[in-house]
Design a protein around this ligand. Structure first.
Ligand code: NAD
Length: 265
């Protein structure tokens, strides 16, 4: 019976950028596991509302499962602090922080503008840094353990030419997670990265519409398919659960084997 397998009953999770793509799938999966979810969006309330409807449906008979949508730009320090505080105000607790929101900008390195560099770093690194800080301050204030899960990328390891700022941000996120795993362990807070490979989401619309590039990519994926948002969400659900209590400071890859099958063209 489903109630027996619910791993996150009574927990509250904040999932950034959950109006579409991987974040949406994470919000729904955490709700299926019994968590209440704060659904963050920057500029698409309709997407967030769609997530909320599915979160409520996913909760099914578990009346504990609830959710609400919360606007906020995760590239803004003030906004990430507000996201954490409003989540706590609404539910009276916050147990799980999933830093999913992320952006990428495609340009030759020699043409990258300061504005694009800042945009990527603000969302993919600075906002995450301070969201974790606000979450940790909350956990400390209530003497409660917590779980932080960052959605990184295979590009925390693997070069991605023409996406230098993106790779720099994800590489930094790897080191941030390693560092904080040591510093936060005495507080009972675990922190891990989930690193997706090529997942079928709107961030990859251009690639998905280019059969030549798509086929070349599929050749590099040992499991010979793109990942689905639900593949990533399953790993997040594991890391958010007590099953992963002894897992911290690491990166778990969800990439169909892509990372270790890179071949020179
Ligand atoms: P997506 O573009 O479909 O979704 C990203 C979400 O983040 C959107 O809902 C967007 O509104 C939100 N977002 C962006 N900037 C924001 C901001 N400033 N404030 C609040 N929300 C913001 O992309 P996705 O594929 O679902 O990506 C989710 C995460 O997974 C990202 O961190 C991305 O780097 C990572 N990732 C994706 C893939 C992939 O192949 N799709 C691969 C590796 C890593």
């Amino acid at each position: 019976m489903r109630t027996k397998t619910m791993k996150l009953e009574g927990k509250v999770a904040l999932v950034t950028g959950s109006s579409q793509g991987i974040g949406q799938a994470i919000a729904i999966r955490l709700a299926q596991e019994g968590a209440s979810v704060v659904i963050n969006y920057r500029s698409h309330p309709e997407g967030a509302e769609a997530t909320l409807a599915q979160v409520k449906a996913a909760g099914g008979k578990c009346h504990m499962v609830d959710g609400f949508t919360l606007q906020g730009d995760t590239g803004s320090l003030a906004d990430v602090q507000r996201l954490v505080s409003e989540s706590v105000d609404h539910f009276g607790q916050l147990d799980i922080l999933v830093n999913n929101a992320g952006i990428e900008k495609n340009a030759d390195f020699w043409n990258v503008t300061e504005a694009d560099y800042d945009a990527v770093m603000n969302v993919n690194l600075k906002g995450i840094f301070f969201a974790i800080q606000a979450f940790v301050q909350h956990c400390m204030a209530v003497s409660h353990p917590g779980k932080v899960i960052n959605i990184s990328s295979v590009h925390e390891e693997l070069p991605f030419p023409h996406f230098a700022a993106y790779c720099a941000s994800k590489g930094a996120l790897k080191m941030l997670t390693r560092n904080l795993s040591v510093e936060l362990a005495p507080l009972g807070i675990t922190i891990n990265n989930v690193a997706p490979g090529a997942i079928e989401t709107p961030i990859n619309t251009k690639l998905l519409n280019d059969p030549t590039k798509l086929n070349a990519l599929l050749q590099n994926i040992p499991l010979k398919r793109l990942g689905q948002p639900a593949d990533v969400a399953a790993m997040v659900a594991f890391l958010a659960s007590a099953d992963a209590d002894y897992v911290t400071g690491t990166t778990l890859f969800v990439d169909g084997g892509l990372l270790w099958n890179y071949q020179e063209q």
